[in-house]
Write a protein that binds this ligand. Sequence first.
Ligand SMILES: [Fe+2]
Length: 281
Amino acid sequence: MCIEILPLSDNMGAEVRGVDLSRPVERKTADLLQDAFIRHILLLFRGQTFPDERTLLNSAAWLGSNAHITMPGNKFGDDGKYIHLISNIRDETGAPIGDLGASDLLYHHDNSFTNAPDMATYLFAVELPSTGGITLFSNCYKAYEALPDHLLKAIAGRRVLQVYDYNVNERPSKERLAQMPSAWQPTIVVHPVTSGKVLYVNPLNSMAIEGYGEAESDRLLEELFPYIERVDYALEWRIGDYIIFDNRCSAHARTEFPADQRRLLKRGKVAGNPMIAAVVA
Ligand SMILES: [Fe+2]
């Protein structure tokens, strides 16, 4: 079948047609997908079906190996390690079958609070509400390019403290920082394949800029967040949609949806490496 790659917006994203991800991908197709992934940052495959968890787990083998899910608790699909359920659905006992509820979710880079954040994340839509639950994406190369000189100078060569509170869909409370997973990351990273510079600060996880007092650091972060909160692509999901995005050069957020409607996405991740600090002259 002929493979088509169709851009979804000016700044990021492409729809791939003619690939069935539930089947092993040939070498030639893998090369093409890898190239498109780097070039477009996000790839969308519509109308996908995965008969079991194993085929979903193999869906990104053309890019790399699956990373362990880090969210705590026993909500991770049948295999228990690599597939994570993003859902507000509750089982017959009233317990959530997945994570993140129905509220909105601030822009973030997945697992920025670990020493080796994921290279990529993939999501597959199983059940969807009638409205809301849109996933927003920003191109973080563009976020870096848009920084004014005074902000660039203020953060160049410095690190940012990335933290995540698994219990809430909002910025962690400063009082609980010591109890949460965290990692110091470069504020500006360099993409290992493209060598492009990327702003690696986000409103969900970033709690402090190295070398500043609390008030100055907070002020800087507030000034930086709008540069990440740009909408370069908004995905209005359809059942059967599968996306995979480069977590090293994009950030994403979610809009809220009605809590009395069901939404279920299956999520997996491709393992990554420690982030590389960019040298900013
Ligand atoms: Fe995420």
